[in-house]
Design a protein around this ligand. Structure first.
Ligand code: SF4
Ligand code: SF4
Length: 255
């Protein structure tokens, strides 16, 4: 990959960084598709499925959910409750030629037993300030491959693996859930797009480039116990972190 910045702009006026721009194009296309998806159609699916939660709390553990990704407004809530609950979200998007990783947001810390930082017994300790993704779960609006590799829209996570089905849900409630689910997916895509747009400018200004081989080498070293540095974009600023094994601590200074 040629990581040299061209200095040219795309139609949105962003500087083009090879390797990042293809991702931005795909994200903008996803954003168009999700925005265009009919909330009425999603509400009908929600009504047909008739899901009801049985409060098993599996979705608050790694058994069901790899991580709880936070939109920036969720991160603001957690910063006001317990900053120690924040960690850089896994699967960092980019790594520059110097081995510095870049991440589009935070996730909630998981405790050693695999449960969410905020799970207390069978209850969410911050239920009244519930985070965006916790509010909409198990609803979603993603295009994903199924077990046979066929890519299509998925609207319910873990279908038939939790809760109960074919319950009566009032139409007005289905519509409200559909609207909230769409809003979450749009906000998630917008946050990821903002991240890549920011990084286009940051990489160009600092003569950096994303290098896949460095990314893979540093991840291998991380898995063997070496420390890595991760910068999380939050509210237009990169916040530095140091990570080793399951540990993640805020770094010093600013990037
Ligand atoms: S914040 Fe609460 S609802 Fe969300 S995963 Fe954690 S315990 Fe569950
Ligand atoms: S949403 Fe599903 S996994 Fe989560 S508590 Fe309810 S039934 Fe259990």
């Amino acid at each position: 990959m040629n990581g040299k910045a061209t200095g040219d702009g795309d139609r949105q006026g962003n500087r083009i960084i090879p390797g990042i721009n293809a991702r931005l194009t795909a994200l903008r296309s996803d954003l168009f598709s999700v925005s265009d998806y009919s909330a009425d159609k999603l509400a009908e699916i929600i009504r047909d499925v008739g899901f009801a939660c049985d409060c098993c709390t599996k979705c608050c553990t790694k058994e069901f959910n790899d991580h709880v990704f936070l939109l920036d407004n969720d991160t603001a809530v957690i910063k006001g409750i317990a900053t120690e609950a924040l960690v850089p979200a896994p699967y960092f998007e980019l790594c520059d030629q110097n081995g510095q990783f870049y991440d589009s947001g935070y996730a909630l810390r998981t405790l050693p037993d695999g449960s969410c930082f905020f799970l207390g017994g069978t209850r969410c300790r911050i239920y009244n300030s519930r985070l965006s993704i916790c509010r909409i779960y198990p609803y979603m609006l993603h295009r994903e491959p199924d077990d046979d590799g066929i890519v299509d829209w998925r609207q319910v996570s873990g279908l038939n693996k939790h809760g109960s089905y074919h319950n009566e849900i009032p139409v007005i409630e289905c519509l409200a859930i559909a609207q909230e689910t769409k809003e979450f997916e749009i906000a998630f895509l917008e946050q990821t797009i903002r991240f890549y747009e920011f990084l286009c400018g940051y990489f160009a200004d600092n003569r950096l480039r994303h290098v896949r081989k460095v990314y893979d080498d540093r991840m291998r070293a991380f898995r063997k116990g070496e420390e890595i540095e991760v910068a999380v974009l939050y509210n237009g600023r990169l916040e530095p972190w140091r990570m080793r094994g399951d540990g993640a601590v805020p770094g010093n200074g600013t990037l």
